[in-house]
Design a protein. Structure first.
Length: 396
């Protein structure tokens, strides 16, 4: 997209960083980590270009039965003043596990004097689930919607033994406000794997898992500032990878791989997929310049395995595409035309689908790579994307 005039970036660029911090008893390590590294965080961010006008603030929270429910530390450009406030934060109270994050988000979005023309980032740090039983009219969903409307990105950091119901809330808040959910791992290593050991692995990228709180803050502030320049940073891409193992049939390995990829598309989608949603899996398209011979055969084979995996999921209702060739003829399209979102959406409408999965196959000497997208047929917008890497031994 070419805009009619040059982008205007304020100099210095206002950058607000707000910590929404669970301060109950189990959060001592995270609070101490932030306290001991805030100068490092400030120094790294302040050295970036475009030069930022940096402010820090906090919303501290516990629960209704503790010494306070929420406490607001306003945004300030005075690092010493912020450090003094941070030095006074202690981890105590709690004990009943769910905490009042919804009240904290209410303050974070509505009670903070955010800048008007710059970058606005919030970092939620907690190891507890959220009280959803207080009957609050302003919920975490309300906060996510208002944050998005105000251009506030909320990054949520799950620490310690965060239960799955707590993770759901943090993921939704981050996803809706265009932030990210991050695992604070404390040194654990490795990625999730499924099936026979080593056959299929899921790689979330270093931006989703780390053992250093300061690394999370520095990384994502750096990315947001870099987007204001002409040389944005390249983000890590999540992907699933399959390799051939002797103890497992090729089709079984691919079934697990594509089931994981489809789950990623559903998880990362900016719109929720109800089980009644009608989804069509389109044929895979070989990359431009790789469409002849073997790659066309491999694209057809992997596409069939992807469709088979989709037929077994309960996340949505699969639409048959038996008359796809006739539809492509009616639209005067070749199979390669499905690589274009608008063309794919036109075919999806004629198939009666609400959503489409499209994919492009690339071949290298070591592996096949398939870039998969989830499209909304009504608008032709890309809702999510992921990548599957496949050992060449798993092809035909």
């Amino acid at each position: 997209m070419t805009l009619p005039k040059a982008r205007a970036v304020p100099a210095p660029l206002p950058v607000d960083v707000l910590f929404v911090l669970d301060t109950t008893g189990s959060m001592g390590e995270e609070i101490e980590r932030l306290r001991s590294t805030i100068e490092i965080i400030s120094a790294n961010i302040s050295a970036l270009k475009p030069k930022p006008a940096l402010r820090f603030g906090m919303v501290l929270y516990k629960d209704r039965e503790d010494d306070y429910d929420t406490k607001v530390v306003p945004l300030t450009a005075d690092l010493g003043k912020f450090q003094a406030a941070l030095d006074g934060v202690a981890a105590d109270g709690g004990g009943d596990e769910p905490e009042d994050l919804q009240s904290a988000l209410h303050d974070a979005v509505g009670a903070i004097n955010w800048n008007k023309d710059g970058i606005r980032l919030g970092f939620i740090v907690t190891d507890a689930s959220t009280h959803l039983d207080y009957g609050q009219s302003y919920t975490y969903a309300s906060a996510a919607r208002e944050a998005k409307a105000k251009g506030i990105k909320l990054f949520s950091i799950g620490a310690g033994g965060l239960p799955i119901e707590g993770e759901y809330v943090l993921r939704q808040v981050a996803q809706y406000s265009q932030g990210k959910y991050i695992f604070l791992t404390y040194g654990e290593s490795g990625e999730a794997s499924g099936g026979t050991e080593g056959s299929v692995s899921h790689h979330t990228g270093s931006n989703f898992a780390t053992d250093k709180l300061e690394a999370i803050v520095i990384r994502f502030v750096r990315e947001e500032i870099a987007r204001q320049s002409d040389r944005p940073l390249e983000a890590d891409v999540a992907y699933s990878e399959a390799r051939k193992v002797e103890a497992e049939a090729r089709e079984d390995t691919l079934a697990k791989l594509f089931a994981q990829a489809l789950q990623d598309l559903s998880d990362y989608s900016s719109l929720g997929l109800a089980p009644a949603s009608k989804l069509a899996v389109m044929p895979l398209v070989p990359a431009q310049g790789q469409a002849e011979g073997e790659n066309a055969v491999q694209a057809e084979y992997f596409g069939s395995q992807l469709s088979l995996a989709a037929s077994k999921t309960k996340a949505f209702t699969l639409v048959e595409r038996a008359n796809l060739q006739a539809i492509l003829g009616e639209l005067e399209l070749q199979l390669s035309g499905l690589a274009d979102e608008e063309n794919a959406a036109k075919a999806g409408r004629l198939l009666g689908a609400d959503y489409l999965v499209t994919g492009t196959l690339f071949r290298s000497p070591e592996r096949y790579e398939i870039f998969l997208k989830l499209l909304r047929v009504e608008t032709a917008e890309v809702l999510s994307a992921t990548k599957a890497r496949i050992d060449v031994k798993l092809g035909l």
